[in-house]
Design a protein around this ligand. Sequence first.
Ligand code: ZN
Length: 287
Amino acid sequence: MPFYQSSRKLNKPSGYLNVTVSLDTSGKYLASILTEIEGENPAVSTEGKVIGIDLGLTHFAITSDGSKVSKYDNPRYLTKHEKNLKRQQQKLAKKQKGSNSRNQAKKLVAKVYERVSKSRQDFLQHKLSRKLVNENQVVVVENLNVKGMVRNHNLAKAISDVGWGTFTNFLAYKLEIKGGKLVEIDRWFPSSKLCSNCDYQADKLPLDVREWTCPNCGTRHDRDGNAATNIRNEGIRMLQTDGTAVSEERRGSKTKAWTQVRSEAFPHDVRSPHYNRFDLVWVVHTC
Ligand SMILES: [Zn+2]
């Protein structure tokens, strides 16, 4: 069977632990190869730039370095692939059940879907995570419990499609190789409702409110940028509480941030359950 594409090159693997072969819906075989890589990662250092990321639905990611907010969206070519996917899905819906042409249309939809997922993964996950890890030593994200949200929420499709979980995985292993740190903050942390300037906490902030003014200090907030700044601040506070040296300061906040204590511990270790740096995937032609 000839190799069709490798998603990652093997860097001097010292041993192969396991190979799993599976067949996907578009008729391709996938071989997942679990391997160990020689060499040790550098010691973790949190001395350097800290960035907070708010993962959203209107934008894929909003980042804050404390003073500057950046927003990252789906690239245009991705929208083009997605339109094609919709077209093929509509064609499929018109085919008669059990017919040959329906089966073929099904395979085509699976192929286009795969192309969409790969483009999204390549742009948002590989390129964006690489850029953020190159530019920062500490990356702070919310622990979103994506699985729980996908099960319980009507935004399930949008959430699965944007691939937050995979994005966090990419950040984690890239940071580990660099000796940086991924900090995951409690998913109940009210990142949107806190004022990043004075720590006033709003009671409610419905999803359609994109901008708001803090009634305590009068600061005008962009909803997402404010949330990203709060996430960054909370990450720095957690590192400092742990006694970890952090060279960057929290910005804006004058008082101690969120003090509400929940029964669950803050899950912020870099080795979160969805973390797996050794998973390598090959796509192989079937015929
Ligand atoms: Zn305020």
